[in-house]
Ligand binder design. Structure first.
Ligand SMILES: *Cc1c(COP(=O)(O)O)cnc(C)c1O
Length: 379
């Protein structure tokens, strides 16, 4: 940590976190679904227009809940972009489902919608749309494929909260969407997540799965006289103290997103000339996409340049990092049949990608220093 004056990420506080946590403790309900959890649910449901929002212990667990909801069985298949976080595939693999890795688009690094249909088989149960960097996948095409083949589209929206696709909130377009409130995301409570239930048919079972397979939520609403074991499930409720922390962050969403938008646009504006000269590419935002400003990445012209670039930043106290390794080439991915050459765009771009420091409290002068340092790299 001390080696880098400007870290890649730093958790930032919105202001009311400690006060809300103290209040949650005083209220005497520190397990799940207390006062602050309900406020987070209501805030997200209203802000996004989602049918139902359920906080979870993390995004991985929200993804696992979608596997429960789809009743995934061993041998079922789930379409996942190769350029993705491990959890995006692992959450389904733990159920015995097989991840089918599909390549990404060279412009957005999102699932290439043109390659999805040929990967669909009679055992395919879902398409997982990950909005990389909070820039939307081509959702109209993916949703049309889902309808045509009778399979669900699930959004791994860990990056995309408050980003939009054709004016609609990311996370609310598929039948189900998942959020992460991990320390590295735009809004955080350290570790946390949420499931967005957009298709009302999944709402009641989502509550049951989240509550150890019981109908406790209905009991608490007075809809049944006692609660009991009615289905399979697990335990995915975060403590109300974390929800209190999260509420403070979500209430500051306009300020946080405005600042992140400024940081993102300044990087794009002030690095454009340098990128052009070096042959690097900056993120592409397709028509109709409003990014969530989750991260700022660049593609260097050659993979062999990346180490020198990151060393150049590191020598000046700035931490730049790369990102996902293609999942189909991981040890686990190879067990599912992944081979070099299967997803050439993911293989190529992931080896050239770098991300710059990006967090809510990054100061103007710190960002100026990052930009100057990047611009002084000539390969
Ligand atoms: C962070 C992240 C997750 C997992 O989030 P957790 O809350 O840490 O489980 C899943 N998918 C993507 C794309 C992520 O970036």
């Amino acid at each position: 940590m001390t080696r880098f004056r400007i870290p890649f990420n730093k958790p930032s506080f919105a202001g009311d976190e400690k006060r809300y946590i103290a209040d949650a403790i005083e209220r005497g309900h520190i397990s799940g679904d207390g006062h602050y959890t309900k406020l987070c649910h209501a805030l997200l449901e209203q802000a996004l227009g989602a049918h139902k929002v359920l906080l979870t212990t993390n995004c991985t667990h929200a993804l696992e809940m979608t596997g429960f909801l789809l009743d995934l069985q061993p041998g079922d298949e789930v379409i996942v972009p190769s350029f993705a976080f491990v959890t995006t595939a692992n959450a389904y693999a733990v159920r015995g489902a097989k991840p089918t890795f599909v390549d990404v688009r060279p412009d957005t690094l999102n699932l290439d919608e043109k390659l999805v249909e040929r990967a669909i088989t009679p055992r395919t149960k879902a398409i997982i749309a990950l909005h990389y960097a909070g820039i939307a996948c081509e959702m109209d095409a993916l949703l049309a494929l889902g309808r045509k083949h009778g399979i669900e589209v699930i959004e791994d929206n860990a990056h995309g909260l408050f980003g939009r696709y054709k004016q609609r909130w990311l996370g609310t377009l598929g039948a189900l969407g998942t959020q992460s409130f991990h320390e590295t995301k735009n809004f955080t409570c350290g570790e946390g997540g949420a499931l967005l239930v957009n298709d009302a048919r999944y709402a009641e079972r989502a509550e049951i799965i989240r509550e150890k397979g019981t109908n406790r939520s209905r009991f608490l609403r007075g809809e049944v006289h006692k609660y009991s074991w009615v289905d399979l499930g697990s335990s995915y409720l975060p403590t109300d103290m974390l929800a209190a922390f999260l509420l403070a962050q979500l209430e500051a969403r306009e300020r946080i997103q405005k600042r992140r938008g400024e940081i993102w646009r300044r990087y794009a504006r002030e690095l454009a000339g340098w990128a052009k000269e070096l042959g690097a590419t900056l993120p592409v935002v397709p028509e109709g996409c409003d990014p969530s400003w989750h991260l700022f990445y660049m593609l260097l012209p050659r993979a062999s340049m990346r180490e020198a670039f990151l060393d150049h930043l590191g020598a000046r106290g700035i931490l730049g990092v790369f990102h996902y390794l293609p999942l189909h080439l991981s040890d686990m991915g190879q067990r599912y049949g992944g081979r070099a050459g299967d997803c050439p765009v993911a293989e190529d771009t992931s080896s050239r990608l770098v991300r710059l420091p990006f967090f809510n409290s990054l100061t103007e002068s710190e960002q100026g220093e990052v930009i100057e340092t990047v611009a002084s790299f000539h390969g």
